[in-house]
Design a protein around this ligand. Structure first.
Ligand code: C2E
Ligand code: MG
Ligand code: MG
Ligand code: MG
Length: 282
């Protein structure tokens, strides 16, 4: 049961229609003040590993919103609202800058130079100055752009393929990497992989879940790995929870994984501890 691109938004709006406009406005106000005060929004980082080579290869930055009284709001609850209202552009600016600042902090504590995946939404690409802003943050923070991998979903690519392709080429000439996120669940054609300058494919969690031999998920995952590899793209699976899933993916040729089996998204300092516990070189 592959989820369709946009079903998050659909679920969001159905829920929202039942709740009042007032609570939606309130949520938006709270989100805005969290953003403006610099309190309440955090980036957590989930490790990405090459399990059978035993190495950590990077992490994905994932936003967390903790309300003043400690209530935790999941991204699936506020990212769609932020996208709908355009606030995602400001949030996205904060996410990108914060991830760059964190890389610099990790550098200072002597951690190895692993890559950091950053989610970018379609609205950010629609801003005329998106690439300019990215370049400015890189210059200001002094971060090595080779450490950064922007994650975009297939739907972003469908928005305005020509303009997105141009922006991706500009980003890549700055030295950043680009991954297609949640691959396999969107409406785009397989040709998207060929038309846009992606470095990596992230297999959607929907196919990794219930990944057992001779199921349709296994066929799809195998096909995605084969397709990615024959186009010369790297491939990573997300949502890996069991050793069985990891072994199957490895056997298919997918050598990079992200999931609860290895580590949940965690605060930056917890990631440092996680790395030390695993004996990652520094
Ligand atoms: P995503 O980019 O596909 O991120 C992967 C999601 O899968 C994360 O959910 C992660 O916590 C979850 N995950 C990873 N491994 C496992 C696993 O083994 N089992 C299970 N059950 N889940 C796993 P999260 O953090 O709730 O984020 C959900 C989505 O919200 C993200 O999906 C992304 O689309 C969006 N998002 C998160 N942070 C940002 C952000 O900074 N900017 C934007 N634009 N979107 C974001
Ligand atoms: Mg992602
Ligand atoms: Mg994903
Ligand atoms: Mg997702």
């Amino acid at each position: 049961h592959a989820k369709m691109e946009g079903d998050q938004h659909w679920r969001f709006f159905t829920e929202e229609m039942e709740s009042s406009t007032q609570s939606r406005v309130q949520l938006l106000n709270e989100l805005r003040s969290a953003l403006n005060s610099g309190k309440g929004l955090e980036l957590h980082y989930q490790p990405q590993v090459s399990p059978f080579g035993g190495r950590m290869i990077g992490c994905e930055a994932l936003i967390r919103w903790i309300k003043p009284h400690g209530e935790f709001v999941a991204p699936d609850k506020f990212i769609p609202l932020a996208e709908y209202t355009g606030l995602i552009v400001e949030i996205g600016d904060w996410v990108f800058a914060e991830a760059c600042r964190q890389i610099i902090r990790w550098d200072r504590s002597g951690l190895p130079g692993f890559r950091v995946g950053i989610n970018i939404s379609a609205a950010q690409f629609r801003e005329a100055d998106f690439v300019t802003k990215i370049a400015a943050v890189i210059a200001e923070t002094g971060v090595d752009p080779a450490r950064l991998e922007l994650e975009i979903t297939e739907s972003v690519a469908m928005d305005d393929p020509e303009s997105v392709a141009r922006q991706l080429r500009e980003l890549k000439s700055l030295g950043l990497k680009v991954a297609v996120d949640d691959f396999g669940c969107g409406f785009s054609s397989l040709g998207t992989l060929n038309k846009l300058p992606f470095d990596r494919v992230k297999i959607d969690r929907a196919f990794v879940r219930e990944l057992t031999p001779e199921t349709s998920n296994e066929c799809i995952a195998r096909l995605i790995v084969k397709l990615a590899r024959s186009l010369g793209l790297d491939v990573i699976a997300e949502g890996v929870e069991t050793q069985e899933q990891a072994s199957l993916l490895d056997e298919m040729g997918c050598k990079e994984m992200q999931g609860h089996l290895y580590g949940r998204p965690m605060r930056a300092d917890a990631l440092e501890d996680w790395m030390r516990l695993r004996g990652e070189p520094s």
